[in-house]
Write a protein that binds this ligand. Structure first.
Ligand code: 4NP
Length: 150
């Protein structure tokens, strides 16, 4: 089993979308996808209703998800850890215990824009258009990730 973890700040907007989108493109018999946040604000919550809506419009149901916090144990559990933005990336790396942990952490948009370290913008304080934009970016990145893992 290959295990992939999507990580943002709150685990209610971006990483739940990344989880749902990647899940829709892979075979769940051989690849496990989960998501987490670096902050504790929303633990136990459903994804943001705007993420639920944009996912649903694209045929993806993410209402089974509940927010949880990233912990250092996730380095043991997962093979690939994708950060949505630069700040998530730094926050994850702060918890890394060794080089092996660090090597698992990638910026998700590097899958489509190699080495540029671009961030998926935080859509929380914006409108629906921001969520659509995030969805489209993550969809492109997940096409590449799914192809690599399959
Ligand atoms: P996410 O978005 O990191 O994509 O889940 C956010 C969700 C909540 C907050 C910030 C970003 N917040 O400040 O509560």
């Amino acid at each position: 089993m290959i295990k992939v973890l999507m990580v943002c700040l709150g685990n209610i907007c971006r990483s739940p979308l990344a989880e749902g989108i990647l899940q829709s493109k892979i075979n769940s018999d051989s690849i496990f996808v989960d998501s987490a946040g670096t902050a504790a604000y929303h633990i136990g919550n459903l994804p943001d209703e705007r993420s639920i809506e944009v996912a649903s419009k694209n045929g993806i149901n993410i209402t089974n998800q509940r927010a949880r916090k990233f912990t250092e144990k996730d380095f043991d559990e997962f093979d690939y850890i994708y950060a949505m933005d630069e700040s998530n990336y730094q926050n994850i790396l702060m918890l890394a215990r060794n080089i092996n942990d660090k090597d698992k952490v990638k910026m998700i948009l590097n899958e489509i824009h190699p080495n540029l370290n671009k961030s998926v913008p935080d859509p929380y304080y914006g409108g629906k258009e921001g969520f659509k934009n995030v969805y489209n970016m993550l969809d492109k990145a997940c096409v590449v990730i799914a192809k690599k893992l399959s």
